[in-house]
Design a protein around this ligand. Structure first.
Ligand SMILES: [Zn+2]
Length: 299
């Protein structure tokens, strides 16, 4: 699932290509045909993001908004040419004379009004990539919760934008077991997690990569080139790139490999429906995943 940094990059890329233009809208697949007809040819004002939600906003008071959530398997393909003949299931295609964006397999793609957009954003937690997100609600709810912190971090009402890769990396960097109840994290611990989440997501937005390892923790030979050869994750994929990415994290996707700091074997287990990764030595806490509550939070 794309995390908040990817959605913010996408919003910026789409604003650069579509903002200020009268944009053709269509639904080659047909499932968004009626809605696409409503916005076809309208002027796009900008494309914005809140957490993992994407909004295509149109010019004019009360103009409709396209709300997209990509979920686990959706994606947006952006091109800098005239749109090619549609292939496969394209829910929504937006195009100008020299650029296009295809929304494929989203969990949500709907036309809403600005009031509904505001209500939706209000229901989500503060976006960690906003200028100064307010941590008060998340701090209070985490401090009172018996739910494991690894599950709470995926709750978009608390930490909008944090996804599965950042969850594991944040917990490692702050030294918390994913299975520690929120109420045991403490006020200082919460503040560390919050600031670290903001910093890592901002790095991700800048570089397009989840690269969380401090230079000092990389093997000597990798320090100079760390990550520089890798393209942003929204521009490339494939198993070689995926393997290279595992060299950019402390624990995420590193099950059974030695911890970069202490050499213990990195563990993985299912938590809140997704694989979480942790080092049992660097992240002491409840040892038995089956004893911890993980309900109440879904990414
Ligand atoms: Zn370790």
């Amino acid at each position: 699932m794309p995390e908040g940094h990817t959605i913010h990059r996408l919003a910026a890329a789409l604003t650069a290509r579509l903002g200020g233009h009268e944009v053709r809208a269509s639904s080659p697949q047909g499932r968004f045909a009626e809605e696409a007809a409503v916005i076809d040819g309208a002027r796009v004002r900008r494309v914005s993001a809140h957490g993992k939600h994407l909004f295509v906003e149109y010019a004019g008071r009360g103009a409709p908004v396209v709300h997209v959530h990509l979920g686990l398997g959706g994606r947006v393909v952006v091109g800098d040419t005239a749109a090619p003949a549609p292939r496969g299931a394209i829910r929504l295609r937006l195009e100008t004379a020299d650029a296009f964006a295809d929304v494929r397999a989203p969990t949500v793609c709907e036309l809403i009004d600005p009031a509904r957009q505001r209500a939706l954003i209000a229901r989500l937690g503060p976006d960690l990539l906003a200028r100064s997100p307010d941590p008060a609600t998340a701090r209070r709810r985490v401090s009172r919760s018996r739910v494991a912190i690894g599950a709470l971090l995926l709750d978009q009402k608390l930490f909008a934008g944090v996804g599965n890769a950042y969850r594991s990396e944040l917990l490692f960097r702050c030294g918390f077991s994913p299975w520690m109840p929120g109420s045991e994290v403490g006020a200082d611990g919460f503040d560390r997690l919050w600031e670290e989440a903001r910093r890592l997501l901002a790095d991700g937005r800048r570089t397009g990569r989840v690269a969380t390892v401090d230079r000092a923790d990389l093997p000597r030979g990798q320090r100079r080139s760390a990550g520089r050869h890798l393209p942003p994750e929204d521009e490339a994929s494939g198993s070689a790139v995926a393997r290279a990415r595992a060299r950019e994290t402390y624990v995420y996707k590193r099950a059974d490999l030695p911890c970069r700091r202490c050499g213990s074997v990195v563990r993985t287990a299912l938590q809140a429906g997704r694989d979480v990764y942790w080092c049992p030595t660097c992240q002491p806490g409840p040892a038995d995943p089956s004893s911890a509550r993980t309900d109440g939070a879904v990414g």
